[in-house]
Design a protein around this ligand. Sequence first.
Ligand SMILES: C[S@@+](CC[C@H](N)C(=O)[O-])C[C@H]1O[C@@H](n2cnc3c(N)ncnc32)[C@H](O)[C@@H]1O
Length: 264
Amino acid sequence: MTELDSRLHKRTTSRQFTRAADAFAASPVKSDMDYRRRYVHFAAANASDAVLDVATGPGFSALAFAEVARIVVGFDITPAMLERAARQRDKARLANIELVLADVEAIPFADSSFQVVSCNSSLHHFQRPGWVFQEMARVCAPGGRVVIDDQRSSEDASRAAGQDRIERRRDPSHAHSLSRSEMLSMVREAGLEVQRVEERESTRDFDEWMKAIGADPATYRAVRQAMLESSDDDSAGLAPRLEEGGRLVYERRVVWLVAAKPLG
Ligand SMILES: C[S@@+](CC[C@H](N)C(=O)[O-])C[C@H]1O[C@@H](n2cnc3c(N)ncnc32)[C@H](O)[C@@H]1O
């Protein structure tokens, strides 16, 4: 990947999430604050923590962290997403959230600045996730933790590639959904010690998934077709199936992970 490819990908990402900002912020799945609070509990955040919410989007996790942590900094590459996050922060009257426009490949904070460095549902947008883990580990304080929530792909390379094709057709800013083992090896390569890993699987409604990115009719049709075509041999590992009445659903598999940065 060249420097130019990387810049184009980031521009595509920012454009995509500017277009989808309202739809994304309105998604019942994304705005499920019970889910976010369970995740904050999993991260074991507490009142003395400074938390960094990487690629904060409309700030749902930042809000949930701010209910328990000392300070939360959320950053994102898409100004439209940060505007939604600022609105939510102001509406919730949370004074301990700071929002910053920044790129995850160059996190604008000093080494060891945060006790918790968290990233939800965004790793799959990054072209250099291994480098992103290094950056997250760098800004995490020794004794602190890096916490991840992201969809995972199959360990089967062909199915993982099938999933990426469908995801990219839905959202051109998709890069690659990591498998669980890819995720764990990147965490370790960043010098972090894996403490807890949990897998969560939920049946997701296809139409809601498409709505969350404000898909146009042509994109909707193409992705639905690709999903259905993958169902015979589950070639994308998403286990899509039609329910009565023509409702299309698939399995969303997510990894939650806590990794500690060793002391000294
Ligand atoms: C699927 S959204 C997830 C948002 C939020 N973390 C959540 O859980 O709702 C992905 C977010 O990643 C952001 N993003 C993608 N690439 C980025 C980068 N290189 N640096 C910072 N943010 C990035 C996008 O702008 C978008 O807001």
